[in-house]
Design a protein around this ligand. Structure first.
Ligand SMILES: *Cc1c(COP(=O)(O)O)cnc(C)c1O
Length: 480
């Protein structure tokens, strides 16, 4: 047995490279990263390829190792080439983010030490670091000291955590679901629908509140709906407000909605996955007035704080409600953890137990840059969307959607003849295939609409001007 164990030990050697090997590996990875970043402006923002990365399959997972150079070649060709390049300064589709370099260093450090960020007892420092960034976020929102939060993998899970908290706080049991009413709008993000379904709330009554001409929920219509439902003996309990819709960046009337929530004793869950973070800048704060009134709130740092994917956040005004919905105790194998508990553990505030140490990437980015550059970048993004909105409507043929609340502008081109929707679909495709910039589209009231979502920290005035240039060029080609 002894000899066998020693033999197996020898076979694990590749799992722990020695110092010189580590240095060589890291150097190669660093150079790969440098080459990626140095060429970012020249790389397409979107690249459709015929192979779509299928080359990965040519090197199956097997007992035979490959070297890092080969692995990086596979990565470069199959992963970092085809599709959307979300790190690109020309990325204006969906909700772009970016991926701060310093956050990547935080991830590197988190992966090296592999601190256990789920339980306070296991890593009090890692947990404090997470709580600290969440407390900071809560204070920027204007939440009281009682607020608590959790760093999630993204907005979808954060919405789920908020909705589950609402369900528990209002004691909506299985037998109550069919008569419990959720108020939302057609602009609500689909992850909310998904969360309701996962949370066992599929059979809730859903009221889609009509929108005003800026795609914001109409508060009077909401009130009417609540009153009718009460009269009908139903149980109105949850309002989902959007603080920045994905489609157009619209912010629901948060103050009016919060008034209704108080009057009728409902739960307000505000989805600010995209837009909530704009409270960091003066322009955003004006638009987001009332954000602090939400009982639960979602903000995605992997959008507006430009972090790499995998960082969302849920904040709950009365933090104990998040705890009451997610804690678990009396697990025999966690008894050491429970006895040493003096601070809340992320595991008691989330469906997750073992998780990525997300706090480090966020903390490092905020500490090394300070908050001021984030405030400036966010204000810049709002102004860029407004600049685009103003400029594109001066170009013959273009019409625009509402004045941007935040950093999304909508527009479309009305051709001299032919079907407008079909033309805009071709226009979106032509811009995407060109690759210099990436934009996406949506349907608004049956109209095929183009979107400019400005949120990548690398996108500045020149890139927005480039979008206009590319649009004009493609319109000319399509009109011919
Ligand atoms: C992006 C987004 C989500 C989903 O967040 P993920 O991080 O993609 O899971 C939810 N709501 C809104 C408004 C969003 O923009």
């Amino acid at each position: 047995m002894h000899a066998k164990i020693r033999k197996l030990q020898a076979q694990t050697r590749a799992l722990e490279p020695e110092a010189a090997e580590r240095a060589a590996l890291l150097d190669k990875v660093r150079l790969y990263g440098e080459s990626f970043l140095m060429n970012l402006a020249q790389r397409p923002a979107y690249l459709p390829t015929e192979d779509e990365g299928v080359g990965l399959y040519g090197s199956p997972i097997s007992d035979n190792p490959i070297d890092l150079d080969t692995a990086l070649d596979l990565l470069a060709h199959n992963v970092d080439r085809p599709g959307i390049n979300p790190a690109s300064p020309g990325a204006f589709g969906y909700i772009p983010g970016g991926g701060l370099y310093v956050a990547a260093l935080g991830d590197y450090l988190a992966a090296i030490s592999n601190r256990y960020a789920g339980l306070y007892y296991a890593s009090p420092g890692a947990v404090r670091m997470e709580q600290m960034v969440l407390k900071w976020l809560a204070s920027e929102v204007g939440y009281p000291e009682s607020a608590t939060g959790n760093l999630t993998s993204g907005g979808s899970i954060a919405n789920l955590a908020g909705i589950v908290t609402a369900r528990e706080a209002h004691n909506v049991r299985a037998r109550d679901v069919e008569r419990s009413v959720v108020y939302l709008s057609r602009q609500t993000h689909h992850s909310v629908d998904k969360a309701l379904r996962i949370a066992g709330l599929r059979e809730c009554v859903k009221r889609y509140i009509p929108l005003d001409d800026r795609y914001r929920m109409r508060a009077e219509a909401l009130e009417e709906s609540i009153l009718n439902d009460k009269k009908a003996g139903l149980n109105p309990w949850l309002i989902i407000a959007s603080a920045g819709t994905t489609d157009v960046g619209a912010v629901d009337p948060l103050v009016d909605v919060a008034d209704l929530v108080r009057t009728h004793q409902l739960w307000l869950h505000t989805d600010g996955a995209y837009g909530g973070i704009f409270v960091l800048c003066a322009e955003g704060r004006k638009v987001l007035h009332g954000l602090d009134q939400a009982n639960s709130l979602v903000i995605d740092p992997h959008k507006g704080l430009f972090l790499p994917y995998g960082t969302g956040a849920v904040l709950v005004r009365e933090g104990r409600q998040l705890l009451e919905a997610h804690y678990y105790h009396n697990v025999p194998y966690l008894q050491d953890a429970e006895m040493a508990q003096t601070e809340l553990s992320p595991a008691d505030l989330s469906p997750e137990l073992t998780r990525h140490f997300r706090g480090l990437r966020l903390w490092l980015a905020l500490k090394l840059a300070g908050v001021a550059p984030f405030r400036a970048a966010l204000e810049e993004k709002i102004l860029l969307a407004r600049y685009f909105h103003k400029k594109i409507q001066t170009i013959a043929g273009f019409e625009v959607g509402p004045y941007p609340d935040l950093s999304v502008a909508t527009y479309r081109y009305v051709p001299k003849r032919g079907d407008v929707n079909a033309f805009n679909q071709k226009l979106a495709q032509a811009v995407q295939y060109d690759g210099r910039v990436f934009i996406s589209s949506t349907m608004l009231n049956g109209k095929f609409t183009l979107r400019l979502a400005v949120l990548c920290f690398r996108s500045h005035l020149d890139e927005v001007d480039r979008v206009i240039e590319v649009l004009q060029e493609k319109v000319r080609e399509l009109e011919e």
